[in-house]
Design a protein around this ligand. Structure first.
Ligand SMILES: Cc1ncc(COP(=O)(O)O)c(C=O)c1O
Length: 367
């Protein structure tokens, strides 16, 4: 956020910025969603509150999405529509954990898990991960940090883009079942993958809690819409929490969101652009001297080691100042080792990736 603020200030002062810091699509919602929103607005309906767990139509559409993408039958009653994956975190963490419970998260990892858990008085068990486990948690790592009441994973991950394959996810599910720990799987980057499709945690464990959102693949970040897939035992708690905390997710977004599942052609076009951008970064970063990168299986990030060039916070300030390139230093994702890493986002325009890597190559050769 600080990088984005500095980039904004530079732009307001008339400077140009190439955006490789943003964690959101540079495209808007797909046309089908925009049309559905227009129709909902013109219908004259009150667009009042909905049921706390979402409209029946959207819950059914989300359940059908599991049959469509993963071949898994899901009862719509297990779907809770939320105000984005951020609200999914709040609801899932509150429903699953009590003050003092030990919950494992990885570093590097999405910082909000830790911050939300800590704000609820949960004991965050920060597990350092590295390239040897594709920057993901494993049963061995969990064993070493036991006892645990919960485990949070993300595949593809932010900031590394690495994924858990079906066997790894199944092994984590088994460890959690055996050790009575609640597995929470953040699947917000599903659909944005560059080889193997991402596996859902419910394929190997119906007790897992799945979080997802319309913010990434569906390109609807500001519509604030997401969902949870819950085991039956948690439905009542999540419904009561949702009623009290949010009343309901945004109604217009819910009405329009149903159409998102018919927009795959347009959305796949976005994924093709990410793939092209990813190729540019992976091909050209080595010429900058950046060749130690995490396997960018999915999402729109390259997590790269940069400590031979300098501290990542200093480098990101220098690159913005001197080259007009905004990137994210790794410190928020990994407070202990993040100074050695940079997160490059390739969610932006392809010409920006080309121009940014050209400027970085020039910078590197002039050093
Ligand atoms: C891994 C991960 N989870 C959750 C979120 C929150 O997403 P939202 O609240 O927009 O659905 C983000 C946002 O960047 C993310 O990267």
């Amino acid at each position: 956020m600080e990088v984005m603020r500095a980039a904004e200030e530079r732009e307001q002062a008339g400077g140009e910025v190439l955006h490789l810091e943003v964690g959101q699509p540079s495209t808007g919602a797909p046309q089908g969603v925009v049309k559905a929103a227009e129709a909902a607005l013109r219908s004259g309906g009150p667009l009042g509150y909905t049921n706390a767990l979402g409209t029946p139509e959207l819950r059914a559409a989300i359940a059908a999405h599991y049959a469509d993408w993963y071949g898994i039958e899901v009862d719509p009653a297990r779907v809770a529509v939320t105000t984005g994956a951020s609200a999914s975190c709040v609801l899932a963490f509150l429903a699953c954990f009590d003050e003092g419970d030990r919950v494992a998260v990885s570093s590097p990892g999405y910082p909000c898990y830790k911050n939300i858990l800590a704000s609820f008085g949960v004991e965050v068990v920060d597990v350092p991960v590295d390239a040897t486990t594709r920057f993901q948690l494993t049963p061995e790592l969990l064993e070493a940090h036991a006892p645990l009441v919960g485990v949070v994973v993300a595949s593809p991950s932010n900031p590394t883009g690495t994924m858990l394959d079906a066997a790894s996810l199944s092994a984590l599910n088994s460890w959690c079942t055996l050790n009575e720990a609640q597995l929470i799987s953040d699947e917000i980057y599903h659909g944005i993958t560059y080889g193997q499709a991402a596996e859902t945690a419910i394929a190997s464990g119906s007790d897992a809690v799945v979080m997802n959102s319309f913010s990434k693949y569906f390109s609807m970040t500001g519509w604030r819409l997401g969902w949870l897939l819950l085991p039956e035992s948690l439905l009542g708690a999540v419904e009561r929490l949702a009623q009290n905390l949010y009343i309901s997710a945004p109604t217009l977004s819910q009405l329009a969101g149903v159409a998102a599942f018919d927009c795959h052609e347009e959305l796949e076009g976005n994924v093709r652009r990410y793939a092209e951008n990813r190729e540019i970064l992976l091909e050209r970063l080595p010429a900058v001297g950046i060749d130690d990168v995490a396997p960018a299986d999915g999402a729109f990030y390259v997590w790269a080691r940069v400590d031979h060039l300098g501290d990542s916070q200093d480098l990101s300030a220098e690159w913005l100042d001197e080259l007009g390139i905004a990137v994210t230093g790794g410190i928020d994702f990994d407070p202990a080792r993040g100074g050695r890493y940079m997160r490059f986002s390739f969610a932006g325009a392809t010409h920006e990736m080309r121009e940014a890597t050209a400027r970085l190559e020039q910078w590197a050769s002039a050093r």
